[in-house]
Design a binder for this molecule. Structure first.
Ligand SMILES: [Zn+2]
Length: 157
């Protein structure tokens, strides 16, 4: 999985459009030429990319706004990282396992909670609740990022 590459892409997108948190995911999707289609389904699906139609479908029944933002960012990640073009190229040569899902998660996580910005907030001692509100992410997504960026050691207890 191309962690550094994915983070560079999200950083460049944020800088290109001069975004501040909360990163406006739906605006970015529109800027990159995709549309969002809302559907109502009982199926356990949050969102799905249809690259041929340049469209992301989201489940209207998924009402948690933080989860919706993450799902949209995840699907946008598949598109930006070209996972739909040659899916077989995104496999670990040793294990044969595809890394498109971890990469899309890294895209979503580093887009919504950019490493540099989150690190600054943590080192300044900004309370996690305030960070969550400012970046509009779930508690779970925030903790995942804190672990991945190795920031838990800076938390004040
Ligand atoms: Zn996915």
């Amino acid at each position: 999985m191309r962690t550094a590459y994915v983070r560079r892409i999200t950083k460049e997108l944020i800088e290109k459009y001069n975004y501040q948190p909360p990163i406006p995911v739906e605006d970015l999707i529109a800027k990159l030429g995709l549309t969002i289609r809302e559907v109502s389904t009982e199926l356990d699906i949050d969102a799905k990319l249809d690259a041929n139609k340049m469209r992301i479908t989201v489940n209207r029944f998924q009402t948690n706004p933080f989860r919706r933002r993450f799902s949209l960012a995840h699907e946008l990640g598949h598109f930006v990282l070209n996972h739909h073009i040659k899916p077989w190229e995104f496999e670990d040569p040793e294990t044969g396992k595809s890394f498109v899902e971890p990469e899309a998660d890294e895209f979503a996580g580093s887009l919504l909670l950019p490493q540099q910005l989150l690190t600054e907030h943590i080192k300044k001692g900004v309370p996690l609740n305030d960070i969550q509100t400012k970046f509009q992410v779930s508690n779970q997504a925030l903790w995942v990022r804190l672990e991945i960026y190795r920031l838990t050691k800076f938390l004040r207890v």
